[in-house]
Design a protein around this ligand. Structure first.
Ligand code: SAM
Length: 258
């Protein structure tokens, strides 16, 4: 399951001889080749290290490794400092008082928005269609589950690998109260405003050119609201006008009440 509009060559590699079998298994599972140092190294490597799974860019001017981490670094600081009032996404989702809506995040990406919502008490199911992005995310979820201080938050977070359009059109069971959408913005300039991580993800998934369809599909399933994250000055997704907008630091949240 992948949606690579630009086919960037990618292979699986490992940093430690002990990880060779695991790397072979991962490559087979994902339908990717194993890196062959004797041949041309591809642009991207999905690399198993003793600590985690990383996405590495190769060649001149390569971006540093990309991995997902819910335990330390910036996300730990944000989790510890934040409140539902401070987080624009929490206000957009309708998190206030005792309300902790059940959220479906249909463009999971690196899972940061979902993790923040789960740490504020929401139950969040994520969907990601790029098998490589989903592998990085699944690896971080596994590591975070082992962290005693995060166990409760992680019990509220889950991941489905698949295309949200298919999953929504075939939705079974209880409907989520809120659906969040944060597609890749389809501009291709190497702007300094586009974070390094998103530049690497763009190499994998392209520009999510089909994101307008996600809004209509989400509006048919959510029971309370659909929240779309956009760059601050970007147009809204095609479809109905948002009922209101909440501005965050670098982005804005268009809120559609159902
Ligand atoms: C901008 S990133 C999301 C970042 C995320 N909000 C975060 O906090 O890390 C967009 C992601 O949505 C995924 N995506 C786009 N369309 C999708 C679809 N129809 N189904 C599932 N995933 C999709 C892309 O593969 C990409 O990984």
């Amino acid at each position: 399951m992948t949606n690579r509009t630009q086919e960037t060559p990618i292979a699986v590699s490992h940093t430690d001889p002990d990880l060779a079998d695991e790397a072979r298994g991962l490559a087979a599972q994902m339908g990717l080749p194993l890196d062959n140092p004797a041949a041309n190294t591809p642009t991207l490597l999905l690399t198993l290290t003793p600590d985690r799974l990383e996405l590495r860019q190769t060649g001149k001017g390569a971006e540093g490794p990309l991995f997902v981490d819910f335990i330390g670094g910036a996300i730990e600081y944000r989790r510890k400092q934040t409140t539902s009032r401070k987080e624009a996404i929490a206000r957009a989702v309708g998190l206030k008082g005792g309300a902790r809506p059940v959220v479906l995040d249909i463009t999971a990406g690196l899972g940061r928005d979902s993790f923040i919502l789960a740490s504020l008490g929401c139950t969040v199911q994520m969907v990601e269609r790029s098998s490589v992005v989903a592998a990085l995310l699944a690896d971080a979820l596994e590591r975070a589950k082992e962290e005693p201080g995060l166990a409760e938050i992680m019990s509220r977070l889950s991941l489905i690998v698949g295309d949200s359009l298919n999953i929504l059109s075939d939705w079974q069971g209880e409907h989520p109260e809120v659906i969040c959408i944060d597609p890749m913005y389809p501009h291709r300039s190497k702007s300094a405003l586009v974070k390094k991580e998103m530049r690497l993800i763009r190499l994998l998934v392209g520009g999510d050119e089909d994101s307008d369809q996600l809004l209509a599909a989400a509006l048919a399933i959510a029971t309370r609201r659909v929240v779309v994250k956009r760059p601050r000055l970007a147009p809204s997704l095609l479809g109905p006008e948002p009922n209101f907008t909440i501005s965050g630091k670098n982005s804005r949240f268009d809120v559609y009440l159902v």
